[in-house]
Design a protein around this ligand. Structure first.
Ligand code: SIN
Length: 313
């Protein structure tokens, strides 16, 4: 196996890994090391099933299970629900048909087009996500995923800004994040009831491996981060937007153009990512994601927040 860099500051490709069998300790160690160094790792040609994707993911931590309210009836044109444990990030509905532009499910998915870290609206931070391209559009059709390195972005901040933001707490909110990403119209009480996440707080500057020698600091400001704890709304938003604009400059971005059976792993704690729009809804894009929690049990954000008393059961 070999790890080859894909970008001057982060992101690499792992060549020669076979993901069809349960990963052995050599593969687990190699992936952990590569992720600690590069933050994003692409494995091409990973022709695996959903169950194999989950088994591979579980070697690195407990799965975050997609949140589903008890009474959330599947809508005829809602996005696919795959096997429990897989987040659906593609553009197909329950019948495997393309969801047309303009449909509510497609509009909600547009939130992923703003740079974000997965589930930062969750009380419990996530470690990595693993996205699998089961059906991918042709190269010139859009639908790439862009990644930024939030460690390099932090390193390059002027010292005065580093001092200013040290110790600040970011406020993360699912619906407000979606609104800022361009979700049009009122969020209905029904939608709020189905996805009832309250605001949660995370440090604005964090590191992946504690404050030891490997603990490079990074900006934790994805699209769900809407302000700063204890600050006024306008002031908090202004700082968050300034850091977001800094961290999403061209020089920090790796663009992944998908091929069928790519599996791309990213560290949600020190990178951000954004889906790019498909240029037409004539193309199928079937993308399946596992996400693993940094710690704790295998659970959904919803279940965990109910358990912690943040959301009523
Ligand atoms: C995601 O944001 O989790 C999915 C990104 C993509 O579909 O490219």
């Amino acid at each position: 196996m070999e790890v080859r860099p894909l970008h001057p500051v982060f992101a690499a490709e792992l060549i020669g890994a076979d993901l069809t069998n349960a990963p052995d300790s050599a593969l687990v160690d190699l992936v952990e090391q590569a992720m600690a160094q590069y933050g994003v790792l692409a494995i091409r040609g990973a022709e695996i099933t959903d169950e194999q994707q989950k088994a591979f993911s579980r070697a690195f931590g407990p799965l975050e299970i997609p949140s589903r309210a008890k009474d959330a009836a599947p809508r005829p044109q809602g996005r696919r629900v795959i096997t429990p444990g897989i987040f659906y990030a593609g553009n197909l509905d329950h019948n495997g048909e393309i969801i047309p532009y303009g449909d509510d499910a497609a509009k909600l998915a547009k939130g992923a087009e703003r740079f974000h870290t997965d589930s930062s609206f969750h009380l419990m931070p996530t470690k990595w996500s693993l996205l699998h391209g089961v059906e991918t559009p042709p190269p010139s059709a859009g639908g790439d995923t862009w990644f930024t390195d939030a460690r390099a972005a932090y390193d390059d901040l002027p010292q005065a800004m580093k001092d200013r933001i040290e110790g600040l707490i970011g406020v993360h909110d699912f619906w407000e994040g979606r609104r800022r990403a361009g979700l049009q119209g009122e969020i209905t009480p029904q939608e709020k009831r189905i996805i009832p996440f309250p605001e949660v707080e995370h440090p604005l500057v964090r590191s992946v491996n504690g404050s030891g020698p490997n603990g490079r600091k990074c900006l934790y400001v994805g699209g769900h981060c809407i302000g700063i704890k204890g600050w006024g709304e306008a002031e908090g938003r202004e700082l968050v937007e300034e850091l977001y604009a800094h961290a999403t400059q061209e020089k920090y971005i790796y663009r992944h153009q998908w091929k069928r059976w790519d599996l791309v792993i990213w560290d949600n704690r020190c990178t951000m990512h954004a889906a790019t729009p498909l240029l037409s809804d004539a193309y199928r894009r079937d993308m399946r994601r596992t996400t693993i929690n940094e710690s704790g049990p295998e659970t959904s954000a919803l279940e965990w927040m109910i358990r912690q008393g943040l959301i009523a059961a």
